[in-house]
Ligand binder design. Structure first.
Ligand code: NAD
Ligand code: LMR
Length: 441
């Protein structure tokens, strides 16, 4: 079988060790000859790079491993770029969450003003790595799961329409694992229909390969328990705040029992509840810094200290194996059915052609081919139209440098009560994001 060369952009990410170990776990399905880490923060990346160097020497000595901050070294001779960058890192995520919360507005990584702020930072970083990829390895595909995925995907559509970038999100994968637990099945045995935007959508069908429809059964369970399961199924979304999120799906179902909701819809349908249950001095960013970030970096330092990765504390991010499924789909033309973020072009019959939507696609070596999801009802369509317009305005504001356009984007967000609150939040976000956003006028 062909062996592949991979670069991980955002090599210093908290997800890097888990994803590298997941790839080792899948090496028979997806052989690797070369693995590089690339990050623009050399010191952060070196901690993980040093530890992974030891781990790979022990567990996969045939793989040529290196880490670098030099784009040419990183992006030359690569087949796939796995991108998980966080422009501004956790220090800026904390601002994204706390600034809106201080105005009584949802403070969240990808939804509402926090997502808009993060989007304005991510666009530049993403375009930079796409350009490196296209310059040094024009045949390379980027598998992007950097957030906020919806704004990043819209920016790719407008600013790099020909780039070989595949935008995908892990949240539907994690929720499907929960659904499969609820009905006592394997996620791999289930096929779904789904429509929406990223972090903003609904499952309309969950069937097994024989065609049995499980949606009514899952709905009944979720109406009582949300997506909380009896056995813990997801290694990623397990912290206390995530348990609250899985539980809240119960209230989402009450509003709209027709379909099974993506959990992120809670920020749009219950923003007042979310604010009331948030702590503006200790947000999700603090939870991750004190949790995942500390655990991963402490484990890495221990590996380097001991000179061995045996019993290291790095764990396989098995839920991320969808990334290998996607790479295999491109590399081996497997026609894998996956939820992807793609330009609508009729997949949702009564929605804008140029909207970046999340729908099931068949993925082969030419990329994703969206599956038609038919017409969607008025309630979901109106919510989606409002949100997709916010996302489009953010990208327009980034390109034109227009303060007015970004103010409109915030004003339109369902999470913000008035243009005045939008302006106050925007003005604080501009100060906090100096050097990360383009100058607005
Ligand atoms: P992190 O801050 O730990 O890591 C991000 C890394 O990106 C940092 O080391 C940073 O220096 C680097 N970076 C920032 N800008 C860059 C640039 N322009 N070029 C190169 N490197 C750059 O963040 P994290 O929590 O590990 O998340 C990483 C990303 O993955 C985020 O966008 C997050 O939303 C997304 N994400 C991925 C998954 C998944 O399934 N793997 C799940 C959830 C979120
Ligand atoms: C979070 O946990 O809050 C996000 O960074 C998303 C994730 O899955 O880690």
């Amino acid at each position: 079988m062909k062996k592949f060369s991979i670069v991980i952009a955002g090599g210093g990410s908290t997800f890097t060790p888990g994803i590298v170990m997941m790839m080792l776990d899948n090496i028979d399905r997806f052989p690797i000859r070369k693995l590089k880490l690339y990050d623009n923060d050399g010191d952060r990346q070196a901690i993980l790079g040093g530890a992974l160097e030891i781990l790979l020497k022990e567990q996969a000595p045939d793989i040529e491993f290196s880490y670098t901050t030099d784009p040419e070294t990183a992006f030359t001779d690569v087949d796939f770029c796995m991108a998980h960058i966080r422009v501004g890192k956790y220090a800026m995520r904390e601002q994204d969450e706390k600034i809106p919360l201080n105005y009584g507005v949802v403070g969240q990584e990808t939804c509402g003003p926090g997502g808009i702020a993060y989007g304005m930072r991510s666009i530049g970083g993403m375009m930079e790595i796409i350009d490196h990829m296209e310059k040094y390895s024009p045949k390379c595909w980027m598998l992007n799961y950097s957030n906020p995925a919806s704004i990043v995907a819209e920016a790719c559509r407008v600013m790099r329409p020909k780039a070989k970038v595949l935008n995908i999100c892990d949240m539907p994968v994690g929720t499907l694992r929960r659904m499969s637990q609820i009905i006592n099945k394997n996620p791999g045995d289930l096929e779904v229909r789904y429509f929406g935007l990223n972090h903003f959508g609904w499952w309309t069908s969950v069937k097994d390969k024989e065609g049995h429809e499980y949606l009514p059964e899952i709905r009944e369970y979720v109406a009582e328990n949300g997506y909380l399961t009896k056995v813990e199924v997801d290694t990623q979304h397990m912290d206390q705040s995530w348990q609250e999120t899985h539980k809240k799906a119960k209230d989402l179902i009450a509003v709209n029992p027709r379909y099974l909701p993506n959990t992120y819809l809670k920020y749009y349908l219950f923003p007042d509840y979310e604010v009331k249950h948030s702590n503006c001095t200790y947000s999700r960013a603090n939870e991750v810094m004190d949790g995942r970030e500390k655990t991963v970096f402490t484990a890495a330092k221990k590996i380097v200290e001991k000179g061995t990765a045996e019993n290291s504390g790095f764990t396989i991010d098995s839920h991320a194996s969808f990334i290998v499924d996607l790479a295999r789909a491109i590399a081996f033309n497997t026609h894998e059915r996956m939820l992807m973020i793609v330009e609508n072009n009729g997949a949702i019959a009564n929605f804008d052609d140029d909207a970046m939507v999340e729908v099931p696609c068949i993925v082969g070596s030419d990329g994703p081919e969206p599956l038609a999801q038919g017409k969607i009802p008025a309630f979901e369509k109106a919510l989606m139209h409002q949100q997709v317009t916010v996302e489009k305005l953010v990208v327009e504001a980034y390109i034109t440098g227009s303060y007015q356009t970004l103010w409109q984007a915030l004003t339109l967000s369902k999470t913000i009560p008035s243009a005045e609150v939008a302006k106050n939040i925007l003005d604080e976000l501009i100060l906090a994001n100096k050097g990360f956003w383009p100058e607005l006028s």
